[in-house]
Design a protein around this ligand. Structure first.
Ligand SMILES: [Zn+2]
Length: 338
């Protein structure tokens, strides 16, 4: 039985990073918000921080959740309070503290200095950019576990393109063609529109930031596909050929969406597969498709005829269950508020 493909139980890591909840505001017992609490709230940002998830029989997941880190931010209090607008705002918030939590902070957070998330609505269209194919009707797929109660389907926003970049170091000869074909396959199966933004020098990381304005501008970071090595990515040690997953993001009152995915390929392993088997290139392409399936939100399924089975059993293309899952993941909610 082939064992190189996707490894045997520790190969799939859904790298998720923390969402971005609006800052919490401390109140007095009356429910009113003192100025110091407003200052404190505006000075807070969310930053992802790792924690370990549980292990299942087929996948080991590292999930990430938010923790709060304080940053100093000096409000120009005298200027604010002298303006009519400022007074009106304070009066309004004084009587409607929930409005402050629900509307003002989420709207203002992306624009504050040192913001940890982009301004909302970048490239958001009014309707999905593509149409997922009709479901095959198969139930042989497993969605990644949603961290949000009441939301089973966590997916990329279909109203925006899914940008991706490639870190070319260690790339296999002809690897760019296999990557392009694998991306095209997941795009067709999901209806999501992918856009290649070119090469990047960004190294893959367990703690990849979902928002890197200095490198990628004020938008969510694109999906990073990296030809890596076990030396750079210890999770690729042994017969693990690849790792794939996405971060998730959220703004108040809106569904979670996936952002800033990452695929890390074991270049030495994949090079060996191509060199040693007549259909090695097709197997490597299948491995990339499997990892992109994780990026879009699929988990392993306990069915060896599906490409999303934890090990590569000779499957070279998405099967009915994989396709049903990807079609579903291509029909997630559009969230222009993010
Ligand atoms: Zn996997």
């Amino acid at each position: 039985m082939p064992v190189d493909g996707f490894g045997n139980g520790s190969n799939s890591r859904q790298d998720r990073h923390g969402g971005f909840a609006p800052p919490k505001v401390r109140r007095s017992a009356s429910g009113r918000i003192p100025q110091w609490a407003i200052d404190e709230a505006f000075g807070k940002v969310e930053t992802p921080s790792p924690w370990r998830g549980t292990e299942s029989s087929h996948s080991r997941r590292n999930k990430f959740r938010s923790r709060t880190r304080r940053q100093s931010l000096r409000p120009k209090r005298s200027v604010q309070l002298r303006t009519v607008l400022g007074i009106a705002l304070v009066v309004c918030l004084y009587f409607t503290p929930s409005l402050f939590d629900r509307v003002v902070l989420p709207a203002a957070a992306p624009y504050l200095p040192g913001a940890k998330m982009p301004p909302p609505g970048y490239e958001a269209s009014a309707a999905p950019l593509g149409t997922p194919p009709a479901s095959t009707g198969s139930s042989a797929f497993v969605l990644q576990e949603s961290p949000k109660e009441g939301q089973r389907l966590v997916a990329y926003d279909p109203c925006r393109p899914v940008h991706y970049v490639v870190r070319p170091d260690n790339a296999l000869p002809g690897g760019d063609v296999l990557l392009r074909e694998a991306v095209e396959a997941v795009s067709q199966a999901s209806g999501l529109q992918f856009v290649y933004d070119g090469p990047t020098t960004e190294a893959p990381s367990d703690d990849r930031s979902a928002f890197q304005p200095d490198r990628y501008g004020k938008r969510w970071a694109p999906v990073l596909i990296a030809w890596s090595t076990p030396a750079e990515t210890p999770g690729l040690a042994g017969n693990v050929a690849g790792l794939g997953g996405s971060s998730y993001a959220q703004t108040a009152g809106q569904p979670l969406v996936l952002e800033a995915g990452q695929v890390r390929l074991d270049a030495p392993d994949l090079s060996g597969i191509i060199a040693s088997r007549p259909d090695g290139a097709a197997e490597v392409r299948a491995i990339i498709m499997h990892e992109l399936g994780h990026v879009l939100g699929l988990d392993h399924v306990n069915d060896p005829t599906q490409l999303m089975y934890a090990e590569n059993m000779g499957v070279r293309d998405f099967a009915a269950g994989d396709r049903a899952g990807l079609a579903l993941l291509g029909s997630g909610p559009c969230v222009p508020q993010l």
